[in-house]
Design a protein around this ligand. Structure first.
Ligand code: URA
Length: 211
C-alpha cells in the first residue's frame, strides 16, 4: 500500500459523490484526497481528522485555508516545526521542519464527519504513511477520531492508548501525545486555548530532544 492515495481514489462511494458535487460547484478547487504535507525525514507526525470542504479540499494541503490551520501553523512556526510564513495558500512558501501532517481520512467528508467504513478504508494509508517515515519518533493526534484510528493503524487495542488532552503513551516505537483538535468549535469555546496547544508541541520538543 502506498502512503498516499491516488488523486482519483474511488474507494469510498459517499466521499467520491461528495467530491463530485464540490467539483461541479467549484471546478477550480483541489477536490481530491489531500496529500500529507511536510518533511520526509520528520521525527514528528501530526494526525488530523479529514480535510475541511473549503480548507484542504479546496487548497490541496492539509489544514490550509481552514480555521483550524491558523492555530496549527502559527504554533508550529513558534515551536520551530515550520519555517516561512503561513498565508493559507499552498504556494505561501511555508515549510515544515522535522514534521509532517496527515489526516486519518484523506477526502473531505460531508459535515466533517467520516463514517466508520471510510475511516477503515483509509486506514491502510495511515499505516503506510507511518511506515514510510524512517526517523519518526513522536505522533500527535488531533482529536479522538485521529487517536482511535492511529491505534488501529498500529494494530493496537483501543484500551492501549489513553485519551485526553496532553495524555501520552508509548505505541511500539512511537511516543503518542493526544491533543484536542484545534477546530473552531474547540478554540471558540475555550476547550482548547493557544497555550494548551503550544504546551503539546513544547512537550514534543522535549521528548525529541531527550531521545
Ligand atoms: N483540515 C485538515 O486537513 N484536517 C483536519 O483535521 C481539519 C482541517
Amino acid at each position: 500500500m502506498p502512503p498516499e492515495p491516488e488523486r482519483s481514489c474511488n474507494i469510498c462511494p459517499r466521499l467520491v459523490a461528495y467530491r463530485g458535487e464540490n467539483q461541479a460547484d467549484h471546478p477550480d478547487w483541489w477536490n481530491g484526497p489531500a496529500p500529507s504535507f511536510g518533511d520526509q525525514g520528520a521525527r514528528l507526525l501530526i494526525v488530523g481528522l479529514a480535510p475541511g470542504r473549503t480548507g484542504a479540499n479546496r487548497t490541496g494541503r492539509p489544514f490550509t485555508g481552514d480555521y483550524a490551520g491558523k492555530l496549527l501553523f502559527e504554533t508550529l512556526l513558534k515551536k520551530g516545526f515550520a519555517k516561512g510564513q503561513y498565508d493559507a495558500r499552498p504556494d505561501d512558501g511555508l515549510e515544515l521542519v522535522d514534521c509532517m501532517i496527515t489526516n486519518a481520512v484523506r477526502c473531505a467528508p460531508p459535515g466533517n464527519k467520516p463514517e466508520a467504513t471510510e475511516e477503515s478504508a483509509c486506514r491502510p494509508f495511515l499505516t503506510a504513511r507511518i511506515n514510510a517515515l524512517p526517523n519518526l519518533q513522536v505522533i500527535v493526534t488531533l482529536g479522538d477520531v485521529a487517536r482511535r484510528n492511529l491505534l488501529k493503524a498500529l494494530s493496537l487495542k483501543a484500551s492501549s492508548g489513553v485519551s485526553g488532552h496532553g495524555a501520552e503513551f508509548q505505541a511500539g516505537p512511537y511516543l503518542v501525545i493526544n491533543s484536542y483538535h484545534c477546530s473552531r468549535l474547540n478554540t471558540n469555546t475555550g476547550r482548547l486555548t493557544p497555550d494548551m496547544f503550544e504546551a503539546i508541541f513544547h512537550r514534543v520538543r522535549d521528548a525529541i530532544d531527550a531521545r
